[in-house]
Design a protein around this ligand. Sequence first.
Ligand code: NAI
Length: 726
Amino acid sequence: MTAKPSTTIRWEQDETGIVTLVLDDPDQSANTMNQAFKDSIAAIADRAEAEQDAIRGIIYTSAKKTFFAGGDLKDMVKAGPEDAQQIFDAAMGIKRSLRRIETLGKPVVAAINGAALGGGYEIALASHHRVALDAPGSKIGLPEVTLGLLPGGGGVARTVRLMGIADALLKVLVQGTQYTPKRALENGLVHELAATPEEMLAKARAFIDANPESKQPWDVPGYKIPGGTPSNPRFAANLPAFPANLKKQLNGAPYPAPRNILAAAVEGSQVDFETALTIESRYFTELVTGQTAKNMIQAFFFDLQAVNSGASRPQGVEPRTVRKVAVLGAGMMGAGIAYSCARAGIEVVLKDVSAEAAAKGKAYSEQLCAKAVSRGRTTQEKADALLALITPTADPADVAGCDAVIEAVFENPELKHKVFQEIQDLVEPDALLCSNTSTLPITALAEGVARPADFIGLHFFSPVDKMPLVEIIKGERTGDEALARAFDLVRQIKKTPIVVNDSRGFFTSRVIGQFINEGVAMVGEGVEPASVEQAAAQAGYPAKVLSLMDELTLTLPRKIRNETRRAIEEAGGTWPGHPSDAVIDRMVDEFGRTGRSGGAGFYDYDENGKRTALWPGLREHFAKPDAAEIPFEDMKERMLFSEALDTVRCLEEGVLTSVADANIGSIMGIGFPAWTGGVLQYINGYEGGLPGFVARARELAATYGDRFLPPALLVEKAERGETFTD
Ligand code: NAI
């Protein structure tokens, strides 16, 4: 029995004996499973038991926009191994209270009025019936895995019993899929939908009227888990496929959550329900107190929120929305940018050199729309409306009225100047001027336009419609007004903006270059190429390093390298060079292998451009039989450290000004492994903290070269006992 009253859940009982439990934490904008909730739900369970004779049924719903947000991440991110018992006890406490309400002998219904993710959906699962309001933007599911966690509020035990182990793992737990209410219904996560809040509550009451004796399926004697459990011989025979598939999916990357989810599901399926809840809490506690969950919560919750809410946006500039944008160049990037803008309801003038080229750019949107309609992700009507917003043209006069310009023509400074000059007097007099250059310094490009203060870099990633990040590059003369407007435009098209200062390769291209160079350098040292690829995969990179190099083409880094070298030497500096340079030069000059677009690179390709196998010639031409073997751990850490160290240099040089931007930019833009929480959180979370990282960097420098020497900023921070935070 608890002495504390319910502060976050209101008890509203009608004359017919239906109790509506209104989730409404007075201290937060969304309900979470914090200490106050734990006390409240225990008090509610006490009262429900004490007054059960007067109760006919129970409805959970919420007074907030979302139904319930989930666990309290502020607490979780601070939890260390010493807090394990407390975390375990808290999880068990909440579960026990929900269980007492679930087994009171009265029908329990969740009236899901908005998003029910994580803990929210776990409350719904502890109900006998789930009615979801079909609200736009509302999401349902258990995405804990994406924060390095597992659902510790009964979500594993109940989904396994609701839909069977296989479906629970595949549809809900291992990917953390977030479903729209409609898709949640189709996949059996909820029982019915409602179009209005009134209808939702009416349906909840109707369920109570019709099912006075309702019970959870697993509380009915003789209940068996759908599809069987490992104690069934036929099921057991198939069981090894799960860990094998998971292993294949993870490719050796260090993500503990999917493994713990699998273990909790399988072990929990072989015992009674109460024991399953305990097993789930053990695996949950292990994750919460570990480093990976902390990293992922920091990045995907706190950093992402800081970045999107405008921590890097200049204060005091009134927000503005873009109505009509001119996209110059309808190639791969321009076509994708046009689609992303139109999807956000912005009118687009898509300009190229000919009407045909512009139409081809629009055809890309037509393809994406057709696909979305055929998959049921949008309606024909909405697709038509989106396409009607895009006007393909070759006539510069059509840009009249545009309040923003995004240039995506060939990577050539003279051409870029020319296209801006062509339209700068035709667009609105204060139109925002953006270039999607991937390598050209913004400050120099700005010199060729009439209003350099309004000129800014807007670096999209390919494929634009899928990639969530945009890197905003501030040139020396870019004004705060332009920066704020660029930021707002990126948010308007629902992407995540990071803000960096101008520099060669900005932040993302420069840092990913380190990763690629390191992988390529290993080939030159005679490392088995397949091991290089495996090291990247096991470090957690979504793209293997040599295959990535082939996609980008080998001639591109060579061009950038030569230009950078020239610039450094012209400024009186010395070009440090990189051990990868010689490998790239030989691949291009001696073997004519320039990457996938050239039909051959580190890999061989068939006539359709499909990758077949690593080029056998690599071993023949680069193998060094006498070379010392490089430990696998060193291979992985050379890739991770090269990027982390260069990011610290970006901070030192003022290219980066925000830790959150670095972490989010590295994960969302250039595939830095998510388990690290981003490139600077990787340093924070390294074994031994910053001093441990510095010591290891020095070790790598002694063996592999001075490029691994820790920058002064890192050494100073380590000495002062600090970490990288904003
Ligand atoms: P692309 O070659 O596919 O397209 C360039 C388009 O510009 C072509 O359709 C061409 O006809 C058009 N164009 C040329 N002159 C023009 C003019 N005077 N007026 C209007 N259009 C003209 O090139 P892509 O890949 O789309 O790249 C465009 C820009 O985006 C480049 O600056 C590139 O560096 C940058 N970028 C590319 C990324 C990538 O992954 N490909 C990533 C991020 C930026």
